[in-house]
Write a protein that binds this ligand. Structure first.
Ligand SMILES: Cc1cc2nc3c(=O)[nH]c(=O)nc-3n(C[C@H](O)[C@H](O)[C@H](O)COP(=O)(O)O)c2cc1C
Length: 437
């Protein structure tokens, strides 16, 4: 399974839009992707570069479902299954990602997009970063990478995440392979945060077979079907990184980021570069999709959880809707508590019954309007650890971000305002009366 096999499927089903007009990766391409957001795109002619560029391949849940050969509703359960049962991938002797080897590194030959005039420079945004933690082994994750000259990148390594903790264990840096142009299972697995000893490529392999190849000069493995691989080293030296548009659609500040030295580039013949619009739909979906299974797992420990959605309006990160089959009067409360355990960056959560369509914001709002009383169904927790991405949270340098969390139990209450238990018939009366088709 590869990026190319997805493009074939997207083409066959009429979803892929090929753009024949020449487009400039400096500012223009980001504007086109933004304008056509939601659709897989392939830019056939890229101004000043030999590479083609794809974008938008992760912008809808249905693209993951299409690639995995499942229904959209199955996505949550298929990713939960792969997360719980990773499968070690086979190591192949050779792979397409090493068809061409460039010993003369020049990152300026890659069509790296500059997205906005206020950005710190051209940024690799869909790079899957592979390192080995001295204690836990392989770690795979996303990091935005600012190009700095012919051979260098500056990485945003969020504190406490896998790459950052591994780097802190070494004095002279870490070997790194940056994979650009990956299959959807690899992209989804790289966005997950399993326990440190769990290998994300084994999760990708559990989703769909993902053979690896060894890097040419590093003790690291990469997916054989990747389009482009940058082999190098994350150093302990730093340089300014930013400004850059973040997940919430607001501008992130300039910080010191670690410098990466690239020693070698390998790629497929006629390589395809992958772009990912920062703050756009696919950035949001890749962040949110992997957290839905972790919320589902936690809520399932305390009640019957039917579905979970991190809503796009909450940047697919800060706002969640949890659907339960209520079997006990307190299940709504239990679900709120467990949802926050399942995703530590979650800020607001709404719990709804099985008759609510969690993909329809109007239906969720209707549940709040007709089943929720703030004096009894609302929980507010102040000063909790929260997401560093929320501009309204309390950010103190060197400390974990603090925020106020809110949970709304919008399930049908089993008790009246005076505390009497409602009969099943009385609870039925809360359900929407529907016209026949
Ligand atoms: C598109 C995308 C871009 C991301 N960019 C960054 C980044 O620049 N820096 C970072 O530390 N995490 C970034 N992340 C988040 C991490 O890749 C993600 O949380 C990952 O699961 C961390 O896993 P780990 O804690 O196991 O390393 C990004 C995620 C996505 C989906």
């Amino acid at each position: 399974m590869s990026l190319r096999s997805f493009l074939d499927k997207a083409g066959e089903t009429g979803r892929l839009m090929a753009i024949q007009r020449e487009v400039d990766p400096y500012l223009e391409m980001a504007r086109v992707i933004n304008r056509l957001e939601g659709q897989p795109l392939i830019f056939e002619k890229v101004k000043g570069y030999d590479y083609r560029v794809v974008a938008g391949i992760c912008a809808e849940r249905e693209y993951f479902a299409l690639d995995l050969g499942i229904d959209v509703e199955q996505l949550l359960f298929t990713s939960s299954e792969a997360l719980a049962n990773p499968l070690t991938p086979e190591i192949a002797d050779a792979g397409p990602c090493q068809q061409v080897v460039e010993e003369q590194v020049n990152l300026e030959k890659l069509p790296i997009l500059t997205h906005l005039p206020q950005d710190g420079g051209p940024y690799i945004t869909a790079g899957v970063v592979v390192i080995k933690d001295p204690d836990y082994g392989r770690n795979v994750s996303f990091h935005r990478l600012l190009r700095s000259g012919h051979r260098h990148l500056v990485a945003r390594l969020v504190e406490g995440r896998g790459t950052d903790t591994a780097l802190k264990k070494t004095a002279d840096g870490l070997e790194v392979a940056i994979c650009i142009g990956n299959s959807l299972p690899v992209l989804l697995a790289a966005a997950m945060s399993p326990p440190p000893e769990v290998d994300e490529f084994s999760i990708a392999n559990a989703l769909r077979p993902t053979p690896l190849v060894r890097c040419l000069a590093l003790d690291l493995e990469v997916p054989a079907e990747t389009e482009i691989v940058l082999e190098g080293r994350i150093t302990q030296a730093t340089a300014p990184e930013g400004p850059f548009l973040d997940l919430t659609g607001t501008m992130d500040i300039v910080r010191e980021g670690h410098i990466i030295e690239i020693a070698r580039i390998t790629h497929r013949r006629q390589p395809i570069y992958q772009a990912l619009l920062p703050g756009g739909r696919e950035h949001k979906l890749l962040m949110g999709l992997p957290r839905e299974p972790t919320i589902h797992t936690e809520v399932s420990k305390v009640c019957r959880c039917l579905n979970v959605l991190l809503t796009p309006g909450g940047a697919s990160w800060l706002h969640g809707v949890v659907q339960i089959e209520k079997r006990d009067a307190d299940d709504g409360w239990r679900a709120i508590d467990a949802a926050f355990r399942g995703h530590s960056s979650l800020k607001h959560v709404v719990v709804v019954d099985e008759d609510i369509d969690i993909y329809d914001p109007n239906d969720v709002e209707w549940a709040i309007a007709t089943r929720f009383q703030a004096h009894s169904d609302l929980v507010i927790w102040e000063g909790r650890p929260g997401s560093s991405l929320d501009p309204s949270a309390i950010h103190t340098p060197g400390q974990k971000t603090r925020t106020t969390k809110m949970g709304l139990d919008a399930t049908i209450s089993w008790h009246t305002a005076t505390g009497e238990l409602r009969s099943p018939e009385e609870r039925e009366a809360f359900k929407r009366v529907r016209y026949e088709d």
